[in-house]
Design a protein around this ligand. Structure first.
Ligand code: ADP
Ligand code: ADP
Length: 234
């Protein structure tokens, strides 16, 4: 069953009489439990697409349905709750540098109103899942890129999301570290059953972990299908 359905999705940015169409007529279903890749050149519209999925950007056309709910129909308060079921990670990790690893992971839980004690307990579990238990009291500045992304993954999983949105999550990492992060994402998909959306400009990332892929080109879906079909044509 689809966890995310985009129907005729479009986004045009308008500033100073200048119009930029980032997305146009996007129809897409992403199913529960899959690892779905979105690939395209810089400027193709990938980031805008994920930001529309979690409604950080409001689409100018069409509909986003998440878990059966039309996001244009929900109140601000409901939207904030729904966003807790969509974790997100980024190229530059976006960690809070003044806080320890443990405090970074606790942060979304505290915002969600979870008690400090409960938050800490859950954060410790999450750091175990991402293999960083021994860094709980370190500050992000002391960590390698791969370790920072593990913290970001733990933080994104804190509120038990149904979907994890990864926006160029391995683009700042070397090939070996990239592989280890992709392996972790695969485990998270398998063991926790979380649907994963991977945005990237690198074909190797798609080939390594995605089940299906959409190629975005000039605001449109140019091609969509199983990774084998799309990339390994005879
Ligand atoms: P990608 O992630 O594939 O690199 P983006 O979604 O970031 O592409 O951008 C798609 C297009 O939309 C680009 O032309 C970009 O300049 C434009 N764009 C993105 N965000 C904004 C914004 N906030 N204001 C104006 N234009 C934007
Ligand atoms: P920015 O616009 O600077 O990229 P935002 O204001 O969107 O960041 O988000 C603030 C912080 O919350 C960031 O550090 C980001 O990592 C985190 N964040 C935003 N959205 C989500 C999400 N859906 N899941 C997990 N963390 C998120």
């Amino acid at each position: 069953k689809p966890i995310i359905e985009l129907i005729g999705l479009g986004k045009t940015f308008e500033n100073n009489n200048n119009k930029v169409t980032a997305l146009k007529g996007i129809d897409l279903k992403i199913y529960e439990g899959e690892i779905f890749g979105i690939i395209g050149l810089s400027g193709a519209g990938k980031s805008t697409l994920v930001r529309c999925i979690n409604y950080l950007e409001k689409p100018t056309e069409g509909t986003v349905v998440f878990n059966g709910i039309d996001l244009s129909k929900v109140s601000k308060h409901e939207l904030l709750k729904i966003r807790q079921s969509m974790g997100m990670i980024f190229q530059q990790f976006n960690l809070l540098m003044q806080r320890t690893v443990l405090q970074n992971v606790c942060f979304p839980l505290e915002i969600a109103g979870v008690s400090k004690k409960e938050a800490k307990k859950r954060a410790i579990e999450l750091l175990e899942i991402v293999g960083l238990s021994d860094k709980a009291n370190s500050y992000p500045a002391k960590l390698s890129g791969g370790q920072k992304q593990r913290v970001a993954i733990a933080r994104a999983l804190a509120t038990k999301p149904k979907v994890l949105l990864c926006d160029e999550a391995t683009s700042a990492l070397d090939p070996t570290t990239t592989r280890s992060i992709l392996k972790l994402l695969n485990e998270i998909n398998q063991k926790l059953g979380i649907t994963i959306i991977v945005i990237t400009h690198e074909m190797s990332v798609i080939e390594e972990i995605c089940h299906r892929v959409a190629i975005i080109d000039h605001s449109n879906i140019a091609e969509i299908g199983d990774v084998d079909e799309v990339f390994m044509k005879p």
